[in-house]
Design a binder for this molecule. Structure first.
Ligand code: NAD
Length: 269
């Protein structure tokens, strides 16, 4: 649907969106935001139950959502999902590569299998998603929008996350390089680079195995982050979803090859 006012151009009515990592955190908030703004959202996650839970929440709120199990590191499965969504829904207008994992530890002790694991999800998974979505989008008259999850770790180096930072920097360069190739076909490719956001990924520092929160530990982790963030706060998944929604929408129709940084100001590039 063609927007008639600027504010309407932030809506995504009639668009079909695929969100990976939609079972938790930023992916989940992004799926909910896109659905709330009018898109039909395919919620993909390696965790089938949490993907289904996000889709159920969308449907309960009156939107259109579907949960699917997907391991983004398996190229054939990513391609098959794109082909199925195209066949069943008639197009793919938004594809968000949000799924990601963390591998942490001193660089000098890093193991090859851990390196392979993080590369396969955080870098190859984004590559496969961009390729599967891009192949569909270049054939559509209306083009499309691909949104990749990078990180402030690509801007501001931190210790013990070298392999993660490599992936997130690679995502930035993938985003820019692909944007050059597909721009003439009306396909936009952008990235979000969040700062510290409270999610399953970051909760590992203070969420106990039984799911309860060690509040003292939580404050020990978050307190310094807050102190060194210009806005003096840490992020919520919705802070990132807002950027995802903008990039997905026609309001961002002149944006490609860009990195949006909802990070409270921790990195200013
Ligand atoms: N939380 C932060 O502070 C932060 C900061 C910067 C960037 N990011 C990035 O944002 C993205 C989302 O992170 P989050 O914080 O919401 O984490 P999260 O752990 O809450 O969610 C990640 C989701 O990805 C899914 N996933 C993991 N491996 C997968 C695979 N192989 N295939 C499909 N799904 C898979 C998980 O099941 C989970 O639902 C990640 O790419 C992460 O690197 C997070």
């Amino acid at each position: 649907m063609e927007a008639t006012t600027l504010i309407e151009s932030f809506r995504v009515d009639g668009k079909v969106a695929v969100v990976t990592g939609a079972g938790s955190g930023i992916g989940r908030a992004s799926a909910l935001a896109l659905a709330g703004a009018g898109a039909a959202v395919v919620c993909a996650d390696i965790n089938e139950e949490t993907a289904a839970a996000t889709a159920e929440q969308i449907v309960a709120a009156g939107g259109t959502g579907e949960g699917v199990a997907l391991d983004v590191s398996v190229r054939g499965d990513v391609d098959a999902l794109a082909e199925r969504v195209l066949a069943e829904r008639g197009g793919i207008h938004v594809w968000c590569n949000i799924a990601g994992i963390m591998v942490e530890g001193p660089f000098l002790e890093a193991r090859e299998d851990d390196l392979d694991r993080i590369l396969s999800v955080n870098l190859k998974g984004v590559f496969f998603g961009c390729q599967a979505a891009g192949r569909v989008m270049v054939t559509q008259a209306e083009g499309g929008s691909i949104i990749n999850a990078s990180s402030a770790a690509a801007d501001a180096p931190s210790p013990n996350i070298v392999s993660y930072a490599i992936c997130k920097a690679g995502v930035v360069q993938m985003t820019k390089s692909l944007a050059i190739e597909v721009g003439k076909k009306g396909v936009r490719v952008n990235a979000v680079a969040p700062g510290f956001v409270l999610t399953g990924m970051t909760g590992r520092y203070f969420v106990r195995p039984d799911g309860t929160v060690d509040e003292e530990m939580q404050e020990a982790v978050i307190g310094p982050m807050r102190k060194f963030t210009p806005l003096r706060k840490i992020g919520e998944p919705e802070d990132i979803a807002a950027a995802v929604l903008y990039l997905a929408s026609d309001a961002a129709r002149f944006m490609t090859g860009q990195v949006i940084r909802p990070n409270g100001g921790v990195a200013m590039v």
